[in-house]
Each structure stands twice: as structure tokens, then as C-alpha cells.
Design a protein around this ligand. Structure first.
Ligand code: ADP
Ligand code: MG
Length: 247
């Protein structure tokens, strides 16, 4: 069953066309890696899925509910209900600097879901344990390494019980020796059947963990396939040229 269905998505900034009729589906529990050159619209596509950008045309359907249908947006209330099923992890973590790690985790569910403090505390503790940061609960973000910050960001996203996790270059801001610990957490989520869309430059990770890899260029989805197909036997010249440059 498709949990994400995107059809003919269009987005322009002024007269710059950033998404040109992008269509794709993501199945329940699928891990999709999106690769492609800088400026090709990968972030804009992810941001559109969680309504951080408004598109100019096309449809986004999550789990049978439309955020936008043929260019017409659902009500703010409906959109909130739908985007709440998705969590997003950004390149630059976006942690709240003035809050401890556990308060970073608990703030949104406290405000949005009004869950009781004790329940939130046991949940944040469990998630920090899951990402290997039990000892950092009361620490402020500036005392953490980049890899630790990103693991906190992932735990924070999980606090909202998302059905889908979106990652925008989660390891691009990290020193190379810190990417492994973040990719390890993501790999575990994939094994637990989390549906994930991951924009990444980590080709080794995409090859190992993704069910499907999509190559995006110039605001279009050029081709997609299993890692084996896309890395081993790319069909399009653009894909071949891109892979030749980076591999
Ligand atoms: P990618 O993530 O693949 O590098 P982006 O989605 O960030 O690509 O950007 C695609 C294009 O849209 C780029 O040319 C970028 O400069 C432009 N762009 C992105 N966000 C904005 C914005 N808020 N205003 C104007 N142009 C933007
Ligand atoms: Mg980007």
C-alpha cells in the first residue's frame, strides 16, 4: 500500500521552476533514498511533504488523505492532522539551544498532544536509550557532538510517533567519523519497518539500507530502482554522469 503518493508536483520560486511535475510513491515500510546534484529540488520536495513549502500544483496524498489535491490545499486543521504523522530530521539538527536534551524531546508532544509529564519522561528516556544517549538527558545541545545532536534530533522526531520519517542530508554537516553512529540509528529504524525517505550523499548507506534509490535532477525524478539497478545499471545519461562524478 502506498503511504505517500505524490502526483505532478510543481513548485516555483519566482520564475525559477524547482519542481517540475514530480511524481512518486512510497510504500508502507519502504526505505527510499533520494540522490542527486545540489540544487535539484530534493529539499524543496521533502519540505513540501510536511507543508514547510506550498506547492503551485499537483497532489500530495499521505495515507489516503490529501494535503493538496491538484493544487488545492486542504484546510489548515486537516493539513496539521496529516503532517503530524510525519517526522523530519534536518541537516543542521534544529535543536532548541536553550533546552536540555530531554526537554527538546518532550516540548512538542507536551504542547501538541498534552501528554502527562510522567508519560513523556518515560518515553523520552526510552528513546534516548534507543539512540545511545541515556547519559545526556540533562545536557544542553552545545555540549554534544554533531553526531550526538543528530541522534537527539531523531529521538525527538520519534517522540511524536510518526508513521513516516523524512531525512534531509542527516549526515552532511557531520565530521566523517561521526556519520556512522547516525547511520547506525537509521539502519535500526529501517529494520523496525519505519517508512523513510532519505535525501543523502552517503551512497554506501543508500546501497546497503535503501529498498529503492531515486535519482533527482533539475526538479525532476529521472529514474528509480533498487540500489543494484540504479548504481549498477543506471539507464539515463544524467544518472550515469552523476554517478561517475561521485563514485
Ligand atoms: P537541493 O536540496 O536538491 O540542493 P533545493 O530544493 O534546496 O535543492 O533547491 C532547489 C532550487 O531552489 C535551488 O536553485 C535553490 O537555490 C532554490 N531555492 C530553494 N529554496 C528557495 C527559496 N526559499 N527561495 C528561492 N529559491 C529557493
Ligand atoms: Mg538540499
Amino acid at each position: 500500500m502506498a503511504i505517500i503518493e505524490v502526483t505532478n508536483l510543481k513548485k516555483s520560486f519566482g520564475n525559477l521552476e524547482v519542481l517540475k511535475n514530480v511524481s512518486f510513491e512510497v510504500q508502507q515500510s519502504e526505505v527510499v533514498a533520494v540522490i542527486g546534484p545540489s540544487g535539484s529540488g530534493k529539499s524543496t520536495m521533502l519540505r513540501s511533504l510536511v507543508h514547510l513549502e506550498e506547492v503551485n500544483g499537483g497532489s500530495i496524498k499521505i495515507d489516503n488523505d490529501y494535503i493538496v489535491k491538484e493544487g488545492h490545499y486542504s484546510s489548515v486543521q486537516q493539513i496539521k492532522g496529516i503532517t503530524a504523522r510525519m517526522g523530519m530530521v534536518f541537516q543542521h539538527f534544529n535543536l532548541f539551544p536553550h533546552l536540555t536534551v530531554q526537554d527538546n524531546l518532550e516540548l512538542a508532544p507536551k504542547l501538541v498532544k498534552g501528554q502527562p509529564a510522567a508519560a513523556l519522561r518515560s518515553k523520552s528516556s526510552a528513546l534516548l536509550e534507543k539512540v545511545g544517549l541515556s547519559d545526556k538527558r540533562e545536557v544542553y545541545p552545545h555540549h554534544l557532538s554533531g553526531g550526538q545532536k543528530q541522534r537527539v534530533a531523531i529521538a525527538r522526531a520519534l517522540m511524536m510517533d510518526p508513521e513516516i520519517l523524512l531525512f534531509d542530508e542527516p549526515t552532511s554537516a557531520l565530521d566523517p567519523e561521526l556519520t556512522g553512529e547516525v547511520l547506525e540509528v537509521m539502519k535500526r529504524l529501517a529494520e523496525e519497518q519505519m517508512t523513510m525517505v532519505i535525501v543523502t550523499h552517503e551512497m554506501g548507506f543508500a546501497r546497503e539500507v535503501a529498498d529503492r534509490v531515486v535519482f533527482m535532477a533539475d526538479g525532476q525524478f529521472i529514474e528509480s530502482g533498487t540500489p543494484e539497478q540504479l548504481f549498477g545499471h543506471p539507464k539515463h545519461e544524467r544518472t550515469k554522469a552523476f554517478l561517475n562524478r561521485i563514485l
